[in-house]
Design a protein around this ligand. Structure first.
Ligand code: ZN
Length: 164
């Protein structure tokens, strides 16, 4: 049975703690919606950084492989997950302020005494995925390039079948 990790995020950062785990993709329901097959796993490392730019942060590293569902042909393709992120820990009341200040630099999350680590990791993975994942051009299975099932003329498809 897989155990979810919860951390006191500020304490974790201030003490420079580190957490490593390997998680089956089946533990991430929101990610599952994007996948062609539920199999696979990721490994992650969460590190506490007590004082970067005067702020406590969490540094996240995630690696793994999943089978994304191609939006063109709906079959799966292997997609390597590899991301690094730094999340600044802020009190809820400070978040707006920092969001403006550091908009492109560092993302902020609310400092949480019981932070659901896997939920945070899943969120970061979802943010890193392509918006509409697709095979490279020409690599799709069974669907012609540039057309989808729905906009093909069914009679043209029939005619094509007769000629085979
Ligand atoms: Zn495809």
């Amino acid at each position: 049975m897989f155990a979810r990790h919860f951390i006191d995020s500020l304490d974790f950062a201030h003490n420079g703690r580190e957490l490593r785990a390997i998680v089956p993709l089946t533990e991430m329901p929101r990610l599952q919606d994007m996948l062609a097959t539920p199999e696979g796993e990721i490994s992650y490392v969460v590190r506490g950084l007590p004082n970067i730019n005067g702020k406590p942060m969490l540094e996240i590293t995630v690696e793994g492989l999943c089978q994304l569902r191609c939006q063109r042909c709906l079959s799966g393709f292997a997609y390597p997950i590899k991301l690094e992120a730094r999340l600044q820990l802020a009190q809820a009341s400070e978040l707006d302020e920092y969001a403006v200040e550091d908009s492109d630099e560092v993302d902020s999350i609310t400092a949480d005494k019981r932070l659901d680590v896997l939920n945070m990791i899943e969120e970061e993975i979802l943010l890193s995925l392509p918006f509409a994942p697709k095979h490279p051009l020409g690599a799709c299975q069974s669907v012609e390039e540039g057309s989808s099932q729905s906009d093909r003329n069914p009679f043209a498809v029939l005619a094509g079948l007769k000629n085979k």
